[in-house]
Ligand binder design. Structure first.
Ligand SMILES: Cc1cc2nc3c(=O)[nH]c(=O)nc-3n(C[C@H](O)[C@H](O)[C@H](O)COP(=O)(O)OP(=O)(O)OC[C@H]3O[C@@H](n4cnc5c(N)ncnc54)[C@H](O)[C@@H]3O)c2cc1C
Length: 413
């Protein structure tokens, strides 16, 4: 893929119009936490029929799974028509809303991605058919808001090693305890995937990692108010507290303690998906910063010249364009791989995330510099984008953690 197709360009234009009409007028309220992002996101999904598409795709998947299970119960091979189709041309269309929303309100993408992406994906990847129907369908359409909780006050980059949250068996049930922090959608989530360790009285490093699904309002489960933070204000972030929350096995993802079901493998698959999505987010930030900077370089006059005539300003614009081209190519590669049914390695996804997140942060900070004092003022928008871009280097694995994953892969060869 070397450029957007005609169809993709038409979709971009339509989404851009939606963002101009439905998001830009509300940026102030979204940014000051007065307006949670969910209703606008639902409206976007409905406007483009994305909710119906997600529902139809989900229903087909469930029908396929049910048919496969019935065939297996009869001891028959899977019927040809029920085999999972690979690839498809939907990846570009899925990433376009991410790019366009990130030009204006990257936090909305974080809120949407965590709910429809991470939380639903965790249940879809390892959950039973009944669990998918119970929780994932509503997450995929944003009828319900989802949160995916692994980070704790004492465990971030070393998510598994230092994890303190526990599940203890109690008859047929489990008793969950622990606290989570920095959880996107935490304050508003209807459905939360809670990742913890099974405490069988063994050493913490030997414990199995399990994932449970929690509903808002369960006894002993407290969701905090949104935390105050540097940027991404349109994405509410909070803490979760669990004090002897009793759950049945029906809430254990996969309904089995088998470690390949919903534990470390499930969480790792989620990391990969997050990382690939960050490139599209970065592209939106870079495109908007570049466009605003080019315009400002033409309009702003100092020393009797437009500032775009100064070579130091031209260098900034040129570097922004190089970043835009590189990140766009990474996005095209993601789309092409998905369309042709190829999957990325963890190291590749990490390299993409590392480069894109750094590029977005550098471009946004340079855009502030190019705008001078105006760049430091909220009115000029690059100020918000610079604050928002910074977190791309922190969440979904910090830059330093991406580097360790890339290097580990290189050194293993
Ligand atoms: C806005 C926002 C939203 C988030 N949303 C979610 C969410 O929805 N769900 C969720 O579970 N978590 C979420 N997080 C948490 C996020 O994933 C963690 O903040 C991140 O993984 C880093 O962990 P930490 O903050 O504990 O930093 P630490 O791990 O304490 O790292 C501190 C510093 O040490 C460095 N460091 C750590 N280990 C190494 C090493 N081995 N080598 C070199 N340097 C190292 C780090 O790179 C960093 O610079 C969110 C965070 C933010 C800011």
């Amino acid at each position: 893929m070397i450029d957007w197709t005609e169809e993709q360009q038409m979709v971009r234009e339509a989404v851009k119009r939606f963002v101009d009409e439905e998001v830009r007028p509300h940026v102030e309220e979204l940014e000051h936490g007065d307006l949670p992002p969910y209703d606008i996101l639902r409206k976007m999904l409905a406007t483009f029929g994305m909710d119906d598409l997600a529902r139809d795709r989900f229903d087909r998947q469930i029908a396929r799974e049910t048919e496969l299970a019935a065939a297996a119960a009869r001891g028959e091979a899977a019927p040809e028509a029920t085999k999972e189709p690979k690839g498809g041309d939907g990846a570009g269309l899925t990433l376009i809303p991410t790019i366009e929303l990130c030009r204006v309100c990257p936090g909305m993408v974080t809120a949407m991605g965590v709910s429809m992406g991470l939380t639903a994906a965790a249940i879809l990847a390892k959950g039973t058919t009944a669990q998918k129907v119970r929780w994932a369908r509503d997450l995929l359409t944003m009828e319900k808001v989802g949160a995916w909780a692994i980070t704790e006050p004492g465990s971030g980059s070393d998510a598994f090693g230092s994890m303190k949250s526990t599940a203890r068996r109690d008859g047929d049930d489990y008793i969950l305890n622990g606290s989570k922090t920095f959880i996107t959608n935490g304050p508003y989530a209807d459905t939360t995937v809670f990742i913890c360790k099974l405490d069988e009285g063994n050493a913490p490093e030997q414990r199995k990692v399990l994932s449970f699904v929690l509903d808002r309002g369960m006894p002993g489960f407290v969701q905090s108010k949104p935390l105050r933070k540097m940027g991404m204000h349109s994405s509410p972030t909070g803490e979760l507290f669990l004090d002897d929350v009793r759950v049945g096995r029906d809430r254990l993802i996969g309904e089995t303690e088998n470690v390949s079901s919903g534990g470390r493998d499930g969480a790792k698959a989620t990391f990969m998906q997050e990382r690939a999505g960050v490139a599209a987010m970065a592209l939106g930030v870079i495109e908007e910063c570049l466009q605003l900077s080019v315009q400002y370089a033409k309009d702003r006059v100092q020393f009797g010249k437009r500032i775009g005539d100064f070579q130091l300003i031209q260098e900034k614009l040129a570097r922004m364009e190089v970043a835009r081209m590189n990140v766009q190519n990474l996005v095209f590669r993601t789309i092409e791989m998905s369309t042709t049914g190829h999957s990325m390695t963890l190291a590749e996804a990490s390299a993409m995330k590392l480069y894109s997140a750094r590029a977005a942060t550098e471009v946004a900070l340079e855009a502030v510099q190019l705008h001078g004092g105006n760049g430091y003022m909220s009115e000029f928008r690059v100020e918000q984008l610079a604050r928002d871009a910074k977190v791309l280097q922190i969440y979904a694995g910090t830059d330093e953690i991406q580097i360790t994953h890339i290097a580990k892969d290189l050194l293993r060869r």
